[in-house]
Design a protein around this ligand. Structure first.
Ligand SMILES: C[S@@+](CC[C@H](N)C(=O)[O-])C[C@H]1O[C@@H](n2cnc3c(N)ncnc32)[C@H](O)[C@@H]1O
Length: 255
């Protein structure tokens, strides 16, 4: 795999992901599934998406049989779920390697901004009538309050980095939700969407600092963001900085 993800980072973001994501779309996804569905979670990492959906399923007396697929076995090793089938698989070259024949639905969280438009179109062509819940796809960049003069340059560099090839071809990056919705609608799916941004500030300092440092590291290849990084860290420390991180949830179902 071209792009690695750190288990500590996934653990840090999980509470913010749970708070941000659309319960309405998650419940609508569960509504269209059989009583005991088998769901494949793509790019499952340590199982955050499955944990979130399990909690909502249990609340309605539903049990999900999970197939967690990820290219990094060390992340799947850390998946805290009662029971699941695991598939260690790098699916970047071709989504057809995914064995979706026996599953009722596909889910993913924080994945599809990594893929290319071509990869996503090939993936959609495999779905058949299976519903897709794609949570927390990156979109719209960041909102910074108060603003810093270097924000526009840093945001442009960040958007460029999001489009970098992560093994799937040129990544959709921040354009992913719009491209995904259009591709799914063209394939005959009914597409529902919800904005699901993180709202960060003094109440979640560890994640906010990790975001600021992560952005600075990601954009270093395009220009010098070290001064911006110091000013943003100082503003976080003084409690005056609020940061919005754009995401969107998408539910695609057949009518
Ligand atoms: C941003 S993380 C999201 C993890 C998890 N869904 C979550 O929300 O916490 C992206 C995940 O996709 C996996 N991934 C990235 N590229 C992959 C590939 N080519 N094949 C399989 N898994 C991949 C990574 O290992 C990582 O677990």
């Amino acid at each position: 795999m071209t792009e690695g993800f750190d288990a500590d980072w996934l653990a840090l973001r999980e509470p913010a992901d749970c708070a941000a994501r659309s319960a309405i779309l998650a419940d609508a996804f569960l509504d269209v599934l059989p009583p005991r569905p088998r769901i494949m979670d793509l790019g499952a990492g340590t199982g955050s998406n499955a944990r979130y959906l399990n909690a909502r399923a249990e609340a309605r007396g539903m049990r999900i049989d999970w197939v967690l697929v990820d290219g990094d076995p060390s992340l799947l090793d850390r998946a805290a779920l009662p029971q699941f089938d695991r598939q260690v698989l790098d699916f970047a070259a071709d989504p057809a390697v995914l064995d979706i024949a026996g599953v009722d639905a596909i889910s993913a969280s924080a994945l599809f901004d990594l893929v290319s438009g071509d990869w996503f179109a090939r993936f959609v062509s495999l779905l058949g009538s299976r519903p897709l819940l794609a949570a927390l796809t990156a979109s719209d960049g960041h909102g910074w309050a108060p603003a810093d003069p270097a924000d526009p340059a840093v945001e442009a560099w960040f958007a460029a980095d999001m489009r970098r090839n992560k093994g799937f071809g040129p990544a959709l990056g921040l354009d992913a939700p719009v491209a995904m919705a259009s591709c799914l609608a063209a394939a005959g799916f009914v597409v529902h969407q919800a904005e699901t941004p993180w709202q960060l500030g003094p109440e979640n300092p560890a994640l906010a600092v990790a975001m600021v440092d992560g952005i600075a590291a990601a954009v270093a290849q395009y220009g010098d963001a070290s001064g911006w990084n110091l000013r943003r860290r100082a503003a976080l420390q003084s409690g005056e900085l609020r940061l919005t991180v754009g995401h969107r949830d998408i539910l695609a179902v057949r009518e």
